[in-house]
Each structure stands twice: as C-alpha cells, then as structure tokens.
Design a protein around this ligand. Structure first.
Ligand code: NI
Length: 168
C-alpha cells in the first residue's frame, strides 16, 4: 500500500474534496487502504483527504480497532438535518498530540451512498453523530482545530511549530 496518513498542516487537509462519480475498484481499494490506516492508528473514523485523496469518502467504525465489527463506508455524504447542540471532546489522527472540546449538533440526519452505490439515510446521535460531523468536515477542508477558540488554536500552532523544528 502506497497510501499513508497525512497530517496537519499538509495542504490537502484544508482543500474541499470532490464528489465520487463512479464507485469502481479504485474506490473500493481506497476504502480498504483507509480502513487499514484507520485501524493501524487506532482511530474510529477517517476521511479520504487524510490519506491524500481529495474525494468525498468517509469511514467510521465505533467498535474500534480491536473488534473491527462495524465498518461504515459513506460515499458523498451530506448532512440533511441538524438538531440541538453538544460539547464533543475530539482529537484527529491528522492533528498530532492535541484534543479539545468542540461544539457540535446533537443529532443529525445523513444521506450518502454505500459502496454498492445504494442511497442510504441515517439518523445519528451521540458519538456517531459527532464522529460523522467531524469526518464530513474533513471533506470540506475543515479540521476540528478550525472550530476551537483563536487563543487555543494559536497555542496549538506554536506548540506544533516547536515540535516540528525539533524533529528535523
Ligand atoms: Ni479527523
């Protein structure tokens, strides 16, 4: 597998991803790679831009990297309804060493295609809801650190710059 996890501040993470036209073998291979990378890095969700592909594809598996029981693949997902508000404690595989509370909608409705090209509709709440909002944000070039206060963001960017300068 040539794909690997892309991390902030790589440019593709802030770019809007394009819709998938045809669900073919290339897309199925992309999804396999995404799942492998997500599980390897102990994540519960991943979006295609995080492996360097600017396509509207996300995966979520709340059962976690040990069980791997419930992989959900959504192609061209769209949030069609938002309800309520909640505080969501988030991190991201593409944002190294940082977690923060983000405001999210409490419940959402999502419309998408599955890997067979069938239209699927789902109602999500709790962790599934916030996770889907986080992953769909990735498709619009938005990271959870774009949704925190300016002061917190400054603090994170400074710390990252210090860390990156030590690395080379
Ligand atoms: Ni993320």
């Amino acid at each position: 597998m040539s794909r690997k996890l892309v991390t902030y501040p790589e440019e593709i993470l802030s770019r809007k991803a394009v819709p998938v036209d045809v669900i073919d073998d290339a897309i199925r291979e992309l999804v396999r790679d995404m799942a492998e990378i997500m599980y390897e890095n102990r994540g519960i969700g991943l979006a295609a831009p995080q492996v360097g592909e600017g396509l509207r594809v996300i995966i979520v598996d709340l059962s976690g990297p040990e069980k791997r029981e419930n992989l959900m693949v959504l192609v061209n997902p769209e949030i069609t309804d938002f309800q309520g508000e909640c505080d969501s404690e988030e991190g991201c595989l593409s944002v190294t060493g940082y977690q923060s509370v983000v405001k999210r909608a409490e419940k959402i409705q999502v419309r998408a295609l599955d890997l067979d090209g069938n239209e699927v509709f789902l109602d999500a709440e709790n962790l599934l809801s916030t996770c889907l909002q986080h992953e769909i944000d990735h498709l619009d070039g938005v990271l959870f650190i774009d949704r925190i206060s300016r002061l917190k963001r400054k603090f994170y960017d400074k710390r990252l710059a210090r860390w990156l300068s030590k690395k080379d």
